[in-house]
Design a protein around this ligand. Structure first.
Ligand SMILES: CC(C)(COP(=O)(O)OP(=O)(O)OC[C@H]1O[C@@H](n2cnc3c(N)ncnc32)[C@H](O)[C@@H]1OP(=O)(O)O)[C@@H](O)C(=O)NCCC(=O)NCCS
Length: 328
């Protein structure tokens, strides 16, 4: 029994921060950010807006689009590295906000690959035959861990959420292959040093800005290009597919140059590659479900289409998923 996506939704906070605004905060330029990353603007959460708020908007929209009451949801998986709290989970907050009284669930920390980890996990619950409707949300409020005095990171990220409902299908469509990886030896290249049990928050750790995300961009770039290209190429090959068979490639949106390199390696022409990094920046676990929902709403994804997803992120984590779209 395959799992297929029967509804998609996304939400981004109202506030838009342009590259020109960042020029006033750090030594950077609109031209540098656009040419090195492809980003023109990003959305930033309001002061009273947290990850569960973004997720709840997506969850309610998913229910409305699917036309089902919240009681029908069996499991809620919230993929995020920026939860509201360590405890309770963001999934529990969403469950309560939408009134999913029959659901259980959990948060899943897979960074930029989070939504792919979530789809894989959710689809296995569907495969088991025990669960009928799994909600998977990819969401990050990156502004909550961004140091707006660090130009190496603050220009790259944004806030946003997207999600999907997974249900069983006997038609052979839906998710039909996945490759997922993790290599913890790359952890220190992209991390948040403080705030966990390794370095609990103290006045000193906060003053030393240990609770913000830090990265060695050059190193991450190198691994991301190789990781995303390898895993995209491999999943096509093992399914006897080529770039021509793919209707749409939805890659994680970290840097347009990383996306172009992966698409080139798989011979996927530019018109089949979803790129929305210009408007949102890198929303971490949010990028793929945001892109997927935009593509569904724009009619770029139709029933029968083969869709390739690929991501690379902190951990390191990376992977790819292939599905045949069948929303009917
Ligand atoms: C961060 C990233 C955009 C930097 O691009 P790059 O082409 O590697 O740029 P470099 O690091 O070589 O820096 C080039 C120059 O720009 C400078 N620079 C770095 N950030 C800058 C900024 N925001 N504005 C202006 N200049 C900047 C550097 O200091 C360097 O100057 P120098 O040549 O005088 O030393 C790129 O490495 C990247 O996208 N990495 C992956 C990040 C990522 O995806 N993270 C999320 C995980 S998926």
């Amino acid at each position: 029994m395959n799992a297929k996506i029967t509804a998609t939704a996304h939400y981004v906070p109202e506030r838009v921060m342009t590259n020109f605004e960042l020029e006033k905060l750090v030594e950077t330029s609109d031209e540098w950010i656009r040419t090195r990353t492809g980003i023109s603007q990003r959305h930033i959460a309001a002061e009273n807006e947290a990850t569960s708020d973004l997720s709840t908007k997506v969850a309610n929209s998913l229910l409305e689009k699917r036309g089902i009451p919240a009681e029908e949801i069996d499991i809620i998986i919230v993929c995020t590295v920026t939860p509201d709290h360590f405890a309770p989970s963001t999934a529990a907050l969403v469950q309560n906000n939408i009134g999913a009284t029959n659901a259980w669930g959990f948060d899943l920390s897979g960074a930029c690959t989070g939504f792919l980890y979530g789809l894989e996990t959710g689809s296995k619950f569907i495969n088991s035959g025990k669960y009928q409707k799994v909600m998977v949300i990819g969401v990050d409020t990156m502004s909550s861990i961004l140091d707006f005095t660090d130009r190496d990171t603050c220009v790259l990220f944004g806030d946003g959420a997207g999600g999907a409902i997974l249900e069983p299908t006997e038609s052979g469509s839906g998710i039909f292959d996945s490759i997922l990886h993790m290599d913890g030896s790359g952890g220190h290249f992209l991390h948040v040093p403080g705030g966990g049990s390794r370095m609990p928050a103290t006045v000193e750790s906060v003053q030393a800005k240990q609770h913000y995300i830090r990265q060695d961009g050059k190193k991450v770039f190198k691994f991301a290009v190789k990781g995303m290209a390898d895993v995209s190429e491999r999943i096509l090959k093992q399914n006897n597919l080529t770039g021509d068979d793919i209707a749409l490639f939805i890659p994680h949106q970290a840097n347009k140059r990383i996306i172009d390199a992966a698409a080139n390696r798989c011979n996927i022409p530019a018109e089949k590659v979803l790129i929305n990094i210009d408007f949102y920046g890198n929303t971490t676990a949010g990028t793929i479900p945001i892109g997927m929902n935009e593509a569904v709403e724009d009619g770029r994804i139709k029933d029968g289409d083969i869709i390739l997803l690929a991501a690379f992120g902190a951990g390191f984590t990376w992977g790819s998923i292939l599905m045949r779209w069948d929303a009917s």
